[in-house]
Design a protein around this ligand. Structure first.
Ligand SMILES: [Zn+2]
Length: 173
C-alpha cells in the first residue's frame, strides 16, 4: 500500500479509529479493564470544541472510560493514528532502512517522536518476520496494523525495558 492509498483509505483520525475497532472488536466493543460488553459510546457532542468522533466509550460495569487504542502501542501518545499508519507504510515500502530523521521530516514530527514510532513498528516487523507471516503489499500493512493493535502487553514491555522512555510519552509507571 503506498502513501496515497493510505491517505485515501484512512483520511482522518475517525477512519483510523473505525478500522482499529473493526479489527479488535468486530462491532462488539469490550471494556479492556473488566471485559464487560455492557458499554456505550460516550456522548461526544457534549464535549466542547471536539470535532468528530474520538472513539471514547463508557463501561457501565466498572465505570471506566476507554478507547480502542487502550493497551496497544497506539495508546498514550498524542500522535494522530494516520501518522502511525503512514509510518508503517513508509517503513514497509522503504528499500533500505529509514532513519528517524527522515521519518520526522516526512511526517512532520519531531525526531524523538519519530524514533519512538519507528522503534515500536520495527519491533512488530521483527516479530512478524520471525513468525514468517510477512505478506506482500496491502495485506502486509493491514497485518502490521493488526499486530500493533493486538499488542496489549507491549507498553508494559517498554516500561520494563526503558522506564524513562515510557514516562516520556506521558505514561505513569
Ligand atoms: Zn469495565
Amino acid at each position: 500500500m503506498n502513501l496515497i492509498e493510505v491517505m485515501e483509505r484512512f483520511p482522518d483520525q475517525e477512519s483510523c479509529i473505525e478500522h482499529l475497532e473493526r479489527i479488535r472488536w468486530q462491532g462488539e466493543p469490550v471494556c479492556p479493564h473488566c471485559e464487560s460488553e455492557n458499554v456505550a459510546p460516550k456522548n461526544e457532542t457534549q464535549e466542547e470544541g471536539k470535532v468528530g468522533r474520538t472513539g471514547r466509550y463508557n463501561c457501565y460495569v466498572c465505570r471506566a472510560s476507554f478507547k480502542v487504542t487502550q493497551g496497544t502501542v497506539f495508546h498514550g501518545t498524542k500522535i494522530p493514528l494516520q501518522k502511525w499508519f503512514l509510518a508503517i507504510a513508509l517503513m514497509t515500502n522503504a528499500k533500505k532502512s529509514l532513519s528517524s530523521y527522515q521519518l520526522s521530516r516526512d511526517l512532520d514530527l519531531n525526531q524523538k517522536t519519530a524514533l519512538y514510532i519507528q522503534e515500536r513498528i520495527r519491533a512488530e516487523m521483527l516479530k512478524k518476520t520471525k513468525e514468517n507471516l510477512l505478506k506482500k503489499d496491502e495485506s502486509e500493512l493491514i497485518d502490521l496494523i493488526s499486530a500493533l493493535t493486538w499488542t496489549r502487553n507491549y507498553m508494559l514491555e517498554i516500561r520494563d525495558r526503558n522506564p524513562r522512555q515510557y514516562e516520556l510519552f506521558g505514561n505513569k509507571t
